[in-house]
Ligand binder design. Structure first.
Ligand code: AGV
Ligand code: CA
Length: 309
């Protein structure tokens, strides 16, 4: 399976990259980084360092020049600097993963066109680069097998808690709602790993403790460091509570049997207090909603992958 990965520099985006690099039955054709939940330079450098340290073959990395409508909080975005500075990523003192001079959306076009077969697109941040790629090169649609996207929700409560918003949206959709609308307009199959399923895999103290015991494995130590930067779920959810959003999304690509899927007809709102909200609508476009996960199976799967890294 060809997979092209676009991520946005959040702590769990890096872990998703690490996991993809361990999946023996996928070919990672390229990686691009958009400055949404992280800053561009550290997210880009950290991605190259993760490929160098945990990858088996070189993978080319590109930077996005896309900008969103609703910026992520700076406190979250700063995590990209911390991860990039982890000693485990800086031991060699160099970066070797190849760099593309193309902006991410053109890099995506190049990589999709360049493969003989179809490509699965994996997006763990906003859809801006895909929307731009489709506008610039509508021909690539037929070479895209499907989009696997961490984003959106049909629950009454999303995870955006911002002034002038009603709280119904998920952040990756809220950052650029117009991009979601553009992708919804396409004919691409969409597998949406929404809050319905990611809410079932919060970062808890038990998860941390289990990984702490396995820190002799380098990849698990690295993941433990990433999750040390964010508060776990203890008594109740706060705006900073962390879930294994993108990690579940990557795991779904490698092991689809872990989740439950149903088809939902959906629209996205692009304006006003509900912008970024995905909602069920009888005449909306069909998407495959990943709404449930075998939690233990998921943790076993990712832990095994990390042990082998
Ligand atoms: O909405 C989930 C998305 C995922 O792609 N991101 C984080 C994951 O990378 C945004 C987000 C929502 N709540 C957050 C987020 C939080 N408390 N901290 C950091 N990012
Ligand atoms: Ca993300």
């Amino acid at each position: 399976m060809n997979v092209y990965f676009n991520h946005d520099g959040g702590g769990d985006d890096f872990i998703a990259l690490l996991l993809l690099l361990q999946m023996s039955d996928i070919k990672l054709t390229g990686v691009s980084v958009i400055a949404a939940d992280g800053y561009l330079e550290p997210s880009f450098d950290a991605s190259r360092k993760i490929i160098d340290r945990f990858g088996k073959v070189p993978v080319e990395v590109a930077k996005s020049d896309s900008r969103g409508k609703n910026p992520f909080p700076k406190e979250w975005r700063l995590h990209s600097f911390y991860v990039d500075a982890f000693p485990i990523l800086n031991e060699s003192g160099k970066m070797e993963a190849p760099v593309s001079e193309l902006p991410a959306h053109r890099h995506l076009i190049e990589k999709v066109r360049g493969e003989e077969g179809k490509t699965t697109l994996l997006f763990t941040g906003p859809l801006t680069d895909l929307a731009r790629a489709l506008d610039e090169a509508p021909d690539i649609e037929e070479k895209i097998d499907r989009l696997v996207w961490m984003g959106g929700t049909f629950l009454p409560k999303g995870n955006v808690m911002e002034p002038e918003h009603d709280g119904t949206a998920e952040w990756n959709a809220f950052w650029d709602p117009d991009a979601v609308a553009r992708v919804w307009k396409s004919g691409i199959r969409i597998d949406m790993v929404a809050l319905e399923s990611t809410n079932k895999v919060p970062l808890t103290l038990e998860v941390r403790a289990a990984w702490a015991k396995l820190r002799k494995y380098e990849a698990i130590d690295f993941v433990g460091q990433c999750y040390a930067l964010v508060p776990p779920l203890i008594f109740f959810e706060t705006n900073s509570t962390y879930y294994l959003w993108d990690v579940l999304t990557a795991a779904y690509v490698g092991h689809p049997g872990l989740v439950k899927v149903k088809t939902v007809n959906s629209v996205v709102y692009t304006d006003g207090v509900r912008q970024g909200r995905t909602a069920e609508a009888p005449d909306g476009r069909p998407v495959n909603l990943i709404y449930d996960v075998d939690r233990d199976g998921f943790f076993d799967y990712i832990t095994e992958l990390m042990k082998q890294a």
